[in-house]
Write a protein of this length. Structure first.
Length: 95
């Protein structure tokens, strides 16, 4: 499960390993950006049916937004975890 995008619907293949999102890839590879290994084509795995497929992102259309096997909607508005800032107050005491 991805800790960056809570509702990720597919995984990305980098040529060596599957990643839940591009941020997971960057975190695991020292900040290197994700570049599809097959040019404009990207290998993906649906998280619902776990079938692997490829998408051509040079000419994407509305029917490319769904898994070709189970019709799961792949591209949703991303849900990110909320970030809570904790402020610590340090009190100095005189000795």
């Amino acid at each position: 499960m991805c800790k960056h995008v809570l509702n990720a619907q597919f995984m990305l293949w980098t040529g060596a390993q599957w990643y839940d999102c591009v941020l997971c890839h960057a975190e695991a590879n020292g900040g290197k950006p994700f570049v599809p290994s097959q040019g404009n084509f990207m290998s993906m795995k649906c998280k619902k049916c776990e079938q692997v497929f490829r998408k051509d992102f040079s000419c994407i259309s509305s029917h490319d937004h769904r898994c070709p096997h189970c019709n799961n909607l792949l591209f949703l508005d991303a849900e990110f975890p909320t970030v809570r800032a904790y402020v610590r107050t340090y009190v100095r005491t005189k000795n």
